[in-house]
Design a protein around this ligand. Structure first.
Ligand SMILES: O=C(O)CCC(=O)C(=O)O
Length: 284
């Protein structure tokens, strides 16, 4: 697919598949490492700063095919706002767990105060990417998407009547090493895994520099404002550890620097200096 074809697919359908981003050997390595980390503890499965626990995908996060699309839609300073490790385990054939719930990705329609109310504006502000480390098949519950719903103007989470309308759903089948790229507004969910092996993938979200992610950061003022106001704040995307950041490939560091822990920890004196030091303006 050419860049134009990918952008057109994202515009019309809300998603496309970038094939062969990882070679079979790379898939094998990242798969083994990711699975081992996920098996260490359930908290890691849903923790959205998976990069703190596992860096096996790091060398590929600035892949030129992905970044070309990301930068075309989100600008040259686009960055990564979250990374998650995902394992969808097999359910017994006799009693398979139901598929996930159709939803859109933050900030379009999750719980708490940090979502966009009312009709969603027709603008792309986040791209979700699922980096497949196992083949995605019908059998193992590959992601289900509802083409075109990114322009529906509503998230399905808060509007049960929209789910009842039963929009067309298709299951995204592709080989390990592929990346499913989609507009964060696209209605999607996980399928039921009827195979005998877990379906494993990384979720990586890209957004423009101006998207306010503080509501997702533990202990941030936004987070506190939302809980003080009685909202359930959106889930945590913990800071990236400085020592993890420093060991990342050179081209990946600028994509994640904005959420490195040490960049956000100031003493009161440093904060006062930063706020009140007028020498900062002298050269203007
Ligand atoms: O399991 C899947 O394929 C979908 C997961 C998902 O929708 C999500 O992580 O937001």
């Amino acid at each position: 697919m050419t860049l134009e074809e990918k952008l057109l697919a994202l515009d019309l359908e809300g998603f496309y598949i970038e094939e062969s981003v990882l070679s079979p050997m790379q898939v094998e390595e990242v798969h083994a490492s990711t699975k081992a980390t996920l098996l260490e503890g359930p908290e890691k499965i849903f923790g959205s700063t998976f990069l703190n626990h596992n860096q096996s995908l790091a060398p590929y996060l600035a892949n030129h095919k992905i970044m070309e699309v990301v930068r075309s839609l989100l600008g040259s300073s686009a960055r990564i706002i979250s990374t998650s490790g995902n394992m969808s385990s097999p359910s017994p054939e006799a009693n398979p767990s139901p598929p996930g719930n159709l939803h859109v990705d933050w900030p379009w329609g999750q719980s708490g105060a940090s979502y966009i109310e009312g009709t969603l504006p027709n603008v792309v502000i986040n791209l979700t990417t699922f980096w497949m480390l196992t083949d995605f098949t019908r059998q193992n519950g590959a992601t289900i998407v509802s083409p075109g719903t990114h322009k529906a103007g509503k998230n399905p989470n808060g509007y049960p009547e929209l789910k009842k309308a039963r929009p067309t759903e298709i299951q995204v089948e592709a080989s390990a090493g592929s990346v499913l790229v989609f507009d964060g507004r696209l209605w999607h969910k996980g399928g039921t895994n009827r195979s005998v092996v877990p379906r494993i993938f990384w979720g990586v979200n890209y957004a423009p520099w101006w998207l306010n992610c503080h509501a997702r950061r533990p202990c941030s003022v936004e987070h506190k404002i939302q809980s003080d106001a009685g909202y359930t704040p959106a889930g945590h995307w913990p800071y990236l550890k400085g020592e993890v950041h420093d060991l990342l490939p050179e081209q990946v560091r600028p994509l994640v620097r904005h959420w490195v822990d040490r960049e956000w920890v100031m003493s009161k004196t440093e904060a006062e200096a930063a706020i009140w030091d007028f020498s900062y303006f002298r050269d203007e």
